[in-house]
Design a protein around this ligand. Structure first.
Ligand SMILES: *Cc1c(COP(=O)(O)O)cnc(C)c1O
Length: 385
């Protein structure tokens, strides 16, 4: 039965997909309990992925903010340059376990496509990646990477030619090829069981963070901050902390000043998108709105259903950060700490600095640095010029 997060989640899909979703859930639940699967996941996370990622004290950024200590969970150091690897590896191993020789994926910033292409190569699975034409133009280096890693990149020309259209195209492909193909969804979205599976594989972030915080400063942080596109790096951070007293802050893309950007939780309302009920940016007639953000990875009108539930229950607070402020935070981290952050992560950084300013020096804030900024240099230089 579809698992629900409060009223959210579910599996609103064509009948042809129901058996595939049921098989996926069964295999995932078996795999979680199988010590051999867990050993293999752990071995490849370490030896291919570079885990565990460090928890870094950003001392000069802390001094700039002049309040609470700011610490970074360094997912930018994972193989491929973002947290996407954690999920791609886990689902790649599930595809192998189901005997499916082909992976398909959708990608916005290109980071998930690269992670899937890497895993497809490492596990010997044929890989095809759907990507909106607009994103292909603004994320060219990642398109080149995918191709060099042996994946086929399929341009999507429909709709706004961004992530949501790429997801639609991937879903259509999956319906047609479900016996041989695993759809490796890149965020905690889509029909059940995908949101639960993605959150499970990303929860390594929060589990490591918990351990590392206690080792580094003797207790859990006061606040954890992460950016929210579909919501996977944030849920990976928040899910293992949800039953603690740690305050949780999710940061959406506010787009250009004065717009609603891609803030589904900040500006949207409940609706069904890509097979699940969650918050969706939509107009008065329920048509999905066009989103706008400087970061392709946050440019998505929906959000994972667990976030919708966290929002309504009040367990997580959500805010939106505008393009210009994300850019400011990008430059702060570059010159203060020698780290070029992904523009997605820069949204979380700006919110974290804002919070740090208001809090006493005794408090600790951990920001999940979801990825590195090499892919965004063109956008950043274009915006600063
Ligand atoms: C894809 C991406 C995101 C947004 O995806 P979530 O599923 O919300 O985590 C954030 N940061 C980076 C670096 C990304 O590549």
């Amino acid at each position: 039965m579809p698992e629900r997060y409060g009223p959210y989640g579910g599996a609103f899909v064509p009948e042809t997909l129901v058996p595939a979703l049921a098989e996926l859930e069964r295999v995932w639940k078996e795999a979680r309990r199988d010590p051999a699967f867990r050993r293999e996941l752990s071995r490849l996370s370490t030896t291919l992925g570079g885990r565990p990622t460090p928890l870094y004290f950003a001392s000069r950024l802390t001094r700039r903010a002049g309040g609470a200590e700011i610490w970074l969970k360094r997912e930018d150091l994972v193989h491929g340059g973002a947290h996407k690897f954690n999920n791609a590896l886990g689902q790649g191993l599930l595809a192998q376990r189901m005997g499916k020789p082909r992976l398909i994926a959708e990608t916005g910033a290109g980071q998930h496509g690269v992670a899937t292409a890497m895993i497809g190569a490492a596990l010997g699975l044929r890989t095809e990646v759907y990507m909106g034409e607009v994103d292909i133009d603004r994320q060219k280096p990642n398109v080149d990477r995918m191709r060099l890693l042996g994946a086929r990149v399929i341009p999507v020309k429909s709709g706004t030619r961004t992530l949501k259209d790429a997801i639609n195209a991937a879903l259509r492909d999956w319906i047609a090829n479900v016996r041989t193909t695993h759809y490796l969804i890149g965020s905690a979205v889509g029909p059940h069981p995908f949101p639960s599976i993605v959150t499970d594989f990303q929860s390594v972030i929060g589990r490591e963070l918990r351990r590392q915080a206690v080792r580094a400063f003797g207790r859990l942080p006061d606040l954890a901050v992460a950016c929210v596109g579909g919501g996977s790096n944030a849920l990976g951070t928040f899910h293992p902390l949800r039953k603690t007293s740690v305050e949780l802050l999710g940061v959406e893309a506010g787009g250009p000043a004065g717009s609603t950007g891609a803030g589904s939780l900040s500006y949207g309302r409940p609706g069904i998108l890509h097979g699940a009920l969650s918050y969706v940016l939509q107009d008065a007639d329920g048509q999905v709105s066009e989103t706008e953000s400087i970061s392709a990875g946050l440019d998505y009108p929906g959000v994972g259903p667990e976030h919708a539930w966290f929002r309504d229950s009040g367990r997580v607070r959500y805010t939106a950060v505008h393009d210009q402020d994300a850019l400011r935070a990008f430059h702060w981290l570059a010159v203060d700490e020698g780290i070029l952050p992904a523009l997605e992560s820069s949204h979380a950084l700006f919110a974290a600095v804002t919070e740090a300013r208001r809090r006493p020096k005794e408090q600790h804030i951990v920001v999940t640095l979801s990825g590195r900024g090499d892919k965004d240099l063109g956008v950043v230089l274009g915006a600063t010029r």
